[in-house]
Design a protein around this ligand. Structure first.
Ligand SMILES: *[C@@H]1O[C@H](CO)[C@@H](O)[C@H](O)[C@H]1NC(C)=O
Ligand SMILES: *[C@@H]1O[C@H](CO)[C@@H](O)[C@H](O)[C@H]1NC(C)=O
Ligand SMILES: *[C@@H]1O[C@H](CO)[C@@H](O)[C@H](O)[C@H]1NC(C)=O
Length: 411
């Protein structure tokens, strides 16, 4: 607890002897925790941390680092990397996309999570997590792990959507990101975030390998997407289509195999088979996403040596690349993280409108946190207002040219 937080704590504790003030303080804390929104600079930035594989901290050794790095490398290097990423990027939200802990090597799953998420909690930045296929291999079940995460400080993660009685997995939920306060979009979700549990291993005899996103989860996604679309199209500022969405989970969809180096940005270094460790069956979630139409990009982890984004039917399928040092990797190939930033349109009234573009890059855990593979994942199609903008700019350019010509003439 910093001095400032400590002072707030003292003041709030003291005020709580007066009941109404106490309720107010509790309420403020609650609303603070609930609402994500774009900041005054019209941006919302998400840091994705994939596959920390955290175990017991300083006694857990790193995998696949150079021989010269072996002696000094532990889970604490993973912690240091998160700290550096948070300081460098100052994200609005941190998303941990599973295999956050490596259950099999952890002596206490709760303690491993405490340590793994500590830098996010200390930053006071809201954070969320979904489950991978290794999180439940320690002292807690999948339900136990997700319940523990939901109870941690500053997290917006949920066990499951409260409006749904039966859904597969743990940690299916969505978050709305509101427009800038004081603008016409202040009460609208201009960016929708979906988080899903992609499971661990197939439970169906005869089907081997990894799990998949089940029909119950897809139905929840469809209904949520439709509900958000309806709310977005409705007043006070009527919109023609859904706000863009981003989906985060752990195991890649089979469609991640649709690319090669000619049509993705990043690398695919996984050696096995086609280089993608998805389920061996296709449960159709990609088709569900295409039909719903709002999700513009999907972000997964799981394959630590893949870090690419490729676009299939207008949806970007992205990996973050491995983050954790107790996760397999490639010696000499830096651990990395993905950053996504959504930017709002500046309206002609000079305030902020809806989302104009979604960009992404990665940073490597090297001396300078080198940024690589900057790309635009999505941008809003040309609307009338933009055409007018463009025309205005062309007129301006012509005027500039005239000015230059005039200058030449007068000199
Ligand atoms: C791990 O952290 C130690 C202590 O800060 C540092 O000396 C070492 O270079 C780090 N190793 C890697 C692979 O980053
Ligand atoms: C947003 O909601 C608040 C509280 O209900 C209201 O005062 C405000 O006018 C609304 N803003 C817009 C742009 O509709
Ligand atoms: C990427 O390019 C390969 C050929 O190099 C092609 O087979 C594949 O269909 C392409 N994928 C997409 C999504 O365009």
């Amino acid at each position: 607890m910093g001095l400032k937080n400590f002072m707030i704590f003292v003041v709030v504790s003291w005020f709580c002897s007066i009941p109404t003030t106490c309720v107010l303080a509790a309420k403020q804390k609650q609303t603070q925790n609930q609402k994500l929104r774009f900041d005054e600079n019209g941006e919302f930035k998400i840091l994705q941390v994939a596959d920390m594989h955290y175990a017991n901290g300083k006694t857990t050794r790193c995998l696949d680092v150079l021989p010269s790095q072996k002696a000094s490398c532990t889970d604490l290097n993973t912690t240091a990397f998160i700290h550096r990423m948070i300081l460098a990027e100052k994200p609005n939200l941190i998303v941990f996309t599973g295999d956050n802990i490596f259950g099999a090597d952890s002596s206490d799953s709760a303690k491993s999570m405490d340590a793994a998420f500590a830098p996010a909690i200390a930053s006071n930045i809201p954070w969320v997590a979904v489950l991978g296929n290794h999180d439940q291999e320690g002292t807690l079940s999948r339900e136990g792990v997700m319940k523990y995460i939901v109870g941690m400080k500053n997290t917006l993660a949920k066990l499951n959507p409260p409006e749904v009685h039966i859904i597969d997995g743990f940690g299916n939920y969505n978050l709305e990101v509101g427009g800038v306060q004081g603008t016409t979009f202040e009460n609208k979700s201009v960016l929708n975030l979906y988080f899903l549990d992609s499971g661990d291993y197939s439970k169906v005899p005869g089907i081997h390998g990894y799990d998949w996103i089940k029909p119950s989860q897809q139905l929840w996604f469809e209904r949520t997407s439709a509900k958000l679309r309806k709310a977005y199209i409705k007043g006070p500022v009527h919109q023609k289509e859904s706000a863009p969405g981003l989906a985060y989970f752990h195991i890649p969809l089979p469609e991640y195999a649709s690319f090669d180096s000619s049509n993705f940005t990043g690398v695919k270094l996984e050696p096995s088979g086609n280089g993608i460790s998805s389920a061996s069956v296709n449960s159709g979630f990609f088709t569900t996403l295409v039909e719903a139409g709002d999700v513009k990009a999907v972000f997964v982890g799981h394959d630590h040596l893949n870090d690419f984004c490729g676009k299939l039917i207008d949806i970007q399928l992205c990996y973050a690349g491995g983050f954790g040092y107790h996760a397999y990797g490639k010696a000499g190939w830096s651990r990395r993280a993905r950053v996504v930033v959504a930017s709002l349109e500046k309206t002609d009234k000079g305030t902020w409108g809806d989302v104009k573009s979604i960009k992404s890059w990665k940073r490597l855990d090297d001396q300078h946190l080198t940024g690589i593979d900057v790309e635009v994942l999505w941008s809003k199609s040309f609307h009338d207002s933009e055409m007018l903008d463009l025309k205005a700019q062309m007129v301006l350019k012509r005027e500039e040219k005239n000015e230059i010509t005039n200058l030449h003439l007068s000199s």
